[in-house]
Design a protein around this ligand. Structure first.
Ligand SMILES: Nc1ncnc2c1ncn2[C@@H]1O[C@H](COP(=O)(O)OP(=O)(O)OP(=O)(O)O)[C@@H](O)[C@H]1O
Ligand SMILES: [Mg+2]
Ligand SMILES: [Zn+2]
Length: 376
């Protein structure tokens, strides 16, 4: 991004924890600005935690960015969500998150479609923030993106009993996050949904198009440097920045092309599957052939792992190609290693959901040994 300072001058370090607040009307380009900030942090070797986004899973769009190829990505999910994601992405239930994950991964995404309900998502937000609270030593900053600042307050209402306590928490978190190495990037549609107590804690307040509402009285001094009509109607790629020290600049930033567009079905585009029920899937017709049902997949794994049959024999018994068997065993093992279980086996109710498919010979020996033991 580029900034032309109109009053004062400030350099921004992506390795220091700051609080960024982005304000503007719907569609003003707030979220894409936060994504741009997150990219700057990644570029400098820091970590990004995309904590809260809209129900449609805007923050899953990271998975199609160039960063998903260059960096290590972790998706957090509901306790009993069954998530099928590309192999390059790790998935785990939020309750298994540990501070070392912020060293092991570069992009940690907590996304709505992976939660059964908004309540469940709020609970995970609390859990993650409380976890970060224990981060007393740190080498790299975590840029935490929250695409609706007031959601932090609402999530806190799940664990405290009144609005005042929730707001007190938000203020505390904004003030103290730097001590645990967290930079915050928050956005909000309405000035009024974040009052002065909260706004005054920002190191950088970024104004995007304000629409007809204009600025609240205590910010009128900004009009000395920037025309009101510019603030009302600026383009999504433009912004006005106000620093804690009162310095003011105008800037432009480049659009993250991977940003989710409105109405886009991001889950389908990314071939991400999320299920909360454990109903097995039947095979589906794909023109000339039928895909394996979950039940068949589980049988195939069982033949290989427990009965110790070779891939060719399994293929013959299933009346499938050896390649299909090979692919299913591979996917099964990768899912077990990545998720701790195989979603297909789980849906089919197989006992082998957490057992990697080991080389046949080894299993054959161990299953024979087990059989002999039973006989003895
Ligand atoms: N830097 C940019 N350059 C050009 N166009 C942009 C830029 N940033 C955003 N846009 C356009 O603006 C649209 C809305 O952006 P974005 O989703 O970030 O807005 P928002 O303020 O977060 O909206 P909402 O309030 O609905 O969450 C984008 O889909 C894109 O078309
Ligand atoms: Mg947005
Ligand atoms: Zn399996």
């Amino acid at each position: 991004m580029k900034i032309a300072w109109l009053y004062g001058n400030e350099s921004i370090s992506w390795n220091r924890p700051y609080v960024w607040l982005t304000l503007g009307v719907r569609g003003a380009g707030k979220s894409s600005f936060l994504e741009h900030l997150a990219e700057q942090h990644l570029q400098s070797g820091n970590c990004v935690l995309d904590l809260f986004a809209c129900r449609a899973g805007e923050n899953l769009a990271w998975l199609r960015s160039k960063w998903a190829e260059e960096k290590r990505v972790l998706l957090l999910s509901d306790e009993n969500a069954i998530v099928e994601a590309p192999d390059s992405v790790s998935v785990k239930p939020y309750s298994k998150l540990s501070l070392s994950d912020f060293t092991e991964y570069d992009i940690v995404i907590n996304s709505s479609p992976l939660y059964r309900s908004l309540d469940a998502e709020y609970m995970s937000c609390n859990f993650i923030i409380d976890k970060l609270w224990h981060r007393l030593h740190w080498k790299r900053a975590i840029f935490t993106v929250c695409r609706e600042a007031s959601s932090l307050m609402y999530s806190r209402l799940k664990v405290v009993d009144n609005q005042q306590a929730a707001k007190a928490f938000l203020i505390y978190w904004l003030r103290e996050s730097r001590h645990v190495g967290c930079s915050l990037g928050l956005d909000s549609v309405r000035m009024t949904s974040l009052d002065l107590d909260v706004r005054s804690l920002a190191d950088f307040t970024v104004f995007k198009s304000q629409g007809s509402g204009g600025l609240p009285r205590e910010l009128w001094f900004v009009y000395r440097y920037v025309e009101p009509c510019f603030l009302q109607n600026m383009k999504p790629g433009q912004f006005v920045i106000l620093t804690r020290r009162g310095h003011i600049g105008v800037g432009v930033f480049s659009y993250p092309a991977w940003h989710k567009s409105e109405g886009e079905d991001i889950l389908a585009k990314l071939r991400l599957k999320v299920a909360f029920e454990e109903k097995p899937e039947a095979g589906a017709y794909r023109g000339k052939y039928v895909t394996l049902s979950d039940q068949e997949h589980a049988e195939l794994v069982e033949m290989y792992v427990v009965q110790g049959l070779g891939m060719d024999d399994v293929a013959a018994k299933m009346q499938r190609s050896t390649k299909t068997v090979f692919d299913h065993l591979g996917k099964h093992t990768r899912d077990v290693q990545r998720l701790g279980y195989c979603p297909r086996c789980r849906r089919a109710g197989s006992k082998l959901e957490a057992a990697p498919a080991k080389p046949a010979a080894q299993n054959f020996v161990s299953s024979q040994a087990a059989a002999e033991k039973q006989h003895a």
